[in-house]
Design a protein. Structure first.
Length: 177
């Protein structure tokens, strides 16, 4: 018939592509972030570093949602929460979650204006290594912006958990002394 001829084993190319793809995804923590090389492996987009984590991968998204739910439940978050809500959150859901997380960092954090400006200022103060646009903060639940915002929340949770472990170790050292 009129079909195009296949050149050399198509299956070989597929396995070659998957092995090449696999080699670009080094073994990592459950959140998909290698702390030792997070900043080194990323490329740049418009002069800004791009996130090396597989932010749009369904597995990464699901793991991030589970980690977020676990963190919020462990820290007595008072709002409704489910994987379904966090698959396409509303602006209010996002605002409540991010405000709660920011208050874990600074319990006395004042509201100082527009929420979008506060989010950008806080992430900048925390030295979040990737860019977040104001536009994405206006379209939180959209399929194009939510994975990246969820990744930023995952980063913040890792930061908070790291801080808690440091505080626990410090408390342990004080008790032993």
């Amino acid at each position: 018939g009129g079909s195009l001829p296949q050149r050399g084993g198509g299956a070989g190319r597929a396995s070659e592509a998957s092995s090449r793809r696999q080699s670009m995804n080094p073994r990592s923590s459950s959140m998909g972030l290698r702390k030792s090389s997070a900043g080194l492996r990323s490329g740049t987009v418009n002069g800004r570093r791009s996130d090396p984590r597989p932010t749009t991968d369904r597995g990464f998204i699901n793991a991030s949602i589970r980690a977020l739910i676990n963190y919020l439940m462990d820290h007595e978050y008072g709002q409704a929460l489910s994987p379904k809500i966090l698959t396409r959150p509303t602006q209010r859901d996002f605002s409540n979650i991010v405000t709660f997380l920011f208050r874990q960092i600074d319990a006395n954090l004042p509201r100082s204006g527009k929420f979008e400006d506060e989010v950008l200022t806080m992430y900048k103060a925390l030295h979040y290594p990737f860019s977040i646009s104001k536009t994405s903060l206006h379209a939180v639940g959209s399929p194009h912006t939510w994975p990246h915002l969820l990744a930023s929340i995952s980063w913040m949770i890792e930061l908070l958990e790291y801080d808690e472990k440091g505080a626990d170790a410090e408390d342990e050292g004080v008790r032993k002394a």
